[in-house]
Design a protein around this ligand. Structure first.
Ligand code: PLP
Length: 426
């Protein structure tokens, strides 16, 4: 760990907290973040040469595994022609066509550079299109760090938004109404009170930022019905679930059609790419066809498009998702039976290749309150034990885990052997 420790000390002198995104700093679990030098398939290596099985997968993008040869070659090839033109390219057209084909509700799409940009722009579009200011989001759902989305609930289900970060003006946050995930009644109540002022509902159709919480039966259908009743826009934030919980995302898996969809992570194959899109009659309201402004110097960047196209072409491979889902199920079942063997109270959630493990006595975790009331001390011990054994989980109990094509039976078996050892020490 010497090299990671030295780099972390050095980093903290010029980078706030030593990291460029807070969760990387290990604050929730304590200890020193590992500085990574390379990754391949299911594995990563740190600056001290230690190998890890990686279940973060760059926080979701690497559904094909790290350092995918076709993506890497596409990036190298594209780079020979220049890194950015600030003018349209054929690759952007092919990308838009491919996204529409895989996610048919996205009749038209606009490329951006991150998930945050996608959700921020989709919200502006929904507001501009409806002429309404208020938005509804769910407690524990994360949609990136735009001002109006950095808001969580107060105590009651109908609480008007309070900013969850200094720097977010109260009069911006007050337009964000926060309700309980998987509780359709709380949504109906907020619409009864404010329905005519609500531009949109934005939701993670499988919540992946309060650990992994799939939608309960009828929840997404209920959101669709409420939006239809009040003329509000339904936005699925599929930045995490897109091309992951099924090839066509959560909307395909649960068969509910949103008006707008936000994508990120997998769509860039590891490069900084996001995208939003949906109903033609809504999205044509953005510039230059409409008055709602949205733009980006590097949007649709040719090298990023090459990476994304190489990723999306490969996810069309027949049978790919079945095999990733089987391995995810084997992993989660293995965790559960080992926890039972060691008398540890643990429950799991799974949605395709996303999974969550919860140290709790609750039988099934379906909401934010249950997720935050888990035994974080036990998770932290488990986390460090697994890290020591060479298994790299997300360094916080509120994060989902990800399985890729490269996590084969052998990798899963090694992970479970490590978990068996670590559970015995808890
Ligand atoms: N939406 C969801 C569901 C996310 O999980 C994230 C990031 O983790 C974002 C939006 C923001 O994406 P980015 O970090 O690319 O800005």
């Amino acid at each position: 760990m010497q090299k990671s420790e030295a780099l972390f000390t050095r980093a903290q002198k010029t980078i706030p907290g030593g990291v460029n995104s807070p969760v990387r700093a290990f604050k929730a679990v304590g200890g020193t973040p590992r500085f990574i030098t390379k990754a391949d398939g299911a594995y990563m290596w740190d600056a001290d040469g230690k190998q890890y099985i990686d279940y973060i997968q760059s926080w979701g993008p690497m559904v094909l595994g790290h350092n995918n040869a076709k993506i890497r070659e596409a990036v190298i090839e594209a780079s020979y022609n220049g890194l950015s033109f600030g003018a349209p390219t054929e690759a952007e057209v092919i990308m838009a066509e491919l996204v529409s084909e895989i996610v048919p509700s996205m009749e038209m799409v606009r490329m951006v550079n991150s998930g945050t940009e996608a959700t921020m722009s989709a919200i502006r579009l929904a507001r501009g299109y409806t002429g309404r200011d208020k938005i509804v989001k769910f407690e524990g759902c994360y949609h990136g760090h735009a001002d109006s989305l950095l808001v969580k609930a107060g105590s009651g289900a109908l609480t008007l938004g309070v900013p969850s970060s200094p720097g977010v003006p109260a009069n911006v946050a007050e337009h964000t109404l926060t309700v309980e995930y998987n509780n359709i009644e709380s949504v109906k109540e907020v619409f009864e009170a404010h329905g005519d002022d609500i531009a949109c509902i934005i939701v993670e159709p499988v919540a992946g930022n309060m650990n992994c919480i799939p939608p309960v039966e009828g929840f997404l259908e209920g959101l669709r019905a409420v939006c239809d009743q009040y003329g509000s826009v339904l936005i699925f934030d599929e930045v995490m679930t897109g091309f992951r919980v099924s090839r066509g995302g959560a909307q395909e898996r649960y068969n509910v059609k949103p008006d707008l969809t936000c994508l990120g992570k997998v769509i860039g194959g590891g490069m900084p790419v996001g995208c939003f899109g949906g109903r033609r009659d809504i999205i044509t309201h953005i510039a230059p066809t409409g008055p709602i402004y949205q733009a980006g110097t590097l949007s649709g960047n040719p090298v990023a498009m090459a990476a994304g196209l190489a990723a999306l072409t490969q996810i069309k491979e027949p049978g790919l998702y079945d095999s990733i889902f089987e391995n995810t199920q084997a992993l989660v079942d293995g965790f559960q039976s080992l926890a039972n063997k060691h008398n540890i109270s643990l429950t799991t959630n799974i949605a395709g290749s996303m999974f969550g493990i919860f140290f709790t006595e609750v039988e099934k975790v379906t909401n934010y309150k249950q997720a935050i009331n888990c035994n974080t001390e036990q998770f932290n011990k488990f986390y460090h034990g697994m890290l020591e054994q060479g298994v790299y989980l997300a360094p916080a109990s509120y994060e989902a885990g990800f399985v890729s094509k490269a996590h084969n039976a052998d990798v899963i078996e090694k992970t479970l052997a490590a978990a068996d050892k670590v559970f015995s020490t808890l």
